[in-house]
Design a protein around this ligand. Sequence first.
Ligand code: PSZ
Length: 284
Amino acid sequence: MGVYPIILTQSKFMHRDHLKYPFEERGLQFGDGVYEVIRIYQGEYYLFEEHIDRLYRSAEAIKLTLPYSKEELKDLLLELMTRNKMNKDGKLYLQATRGSAPRDHIFPKGVLPNIYGYIQELPRNLNNLNNGVKAITRRDARWENCYIKSLNLLPNVLAKQEASENDCYEAILHKDGTVTECSSSNVYLVKNGKIFTHPATNNILHGCVRMAVERFATDLNIEFIEDAFSVEDIAKADELFLSSSTSEVLPIIQVDHTIITDGKPGKVTKMLQAAYEQDAKLTK
Ligand code: PSZ
């Protein structure tokens, strides 16, 4: 799906073909930066505030000062949408790095962050949403600060690649048997009508859709319990699902060789999907 031609760099707009990246750039050389992916429905950002807040939290956690206020950034991102005349379903990718400077681990002085953002078309994957997806389990080999949405994604990339090589959509990650999250989504287990998921500690990314799922569960009078489940618990689960900005609320119907219940999306998962569609003002 195509990237729209006008991109945001620093505080300016330009054609994507004109973007030049310096030879020495801290995002490229150190992964020294943070990013966000925001879902777009019909030309409007979904969970906009939540994503902007998280970007600033991530930036602060790596001691990166963004050169504008949240309001200024939101205005720039809205302008990016209108400049591209974007009115479809899609996503925004936005990253901020510690800038361009001679390669040195120590932070450069007096250097502004490099920022770029672009939008891309992305239709909803109704087939996955309706039928569910398969997952593998893998050891969570990441660092201790997974709440930071950092550009360092190598363990995530390797886990997702293994999932793909096993004809699966996601890799469910675990630390000593305790499930944390997936390579690029949060994961939940449903048992006896209750939702279980890893608490929002430093070991997981605090998903914006995860926050929304908690809100939907509360509205639906479904218990949302921030208590981690184990890889062993998966075999006894009634339902399993994951969430992310691009995946939405997505049923998981098989994990490794275990089929979850009858291999079909479960009742609670479907209720949350319906709540999501209502919240995001979607029509199927
Ligand atoms: O397009 C994509 O591939 C996307 S869009 C969002 C993600 C991937 N991932 C976000 C993410 C993540 O990377 C990890 C490790 N855990 C959870 C999530 C879900 O975060 P939200 O709900 O904010 O998208």
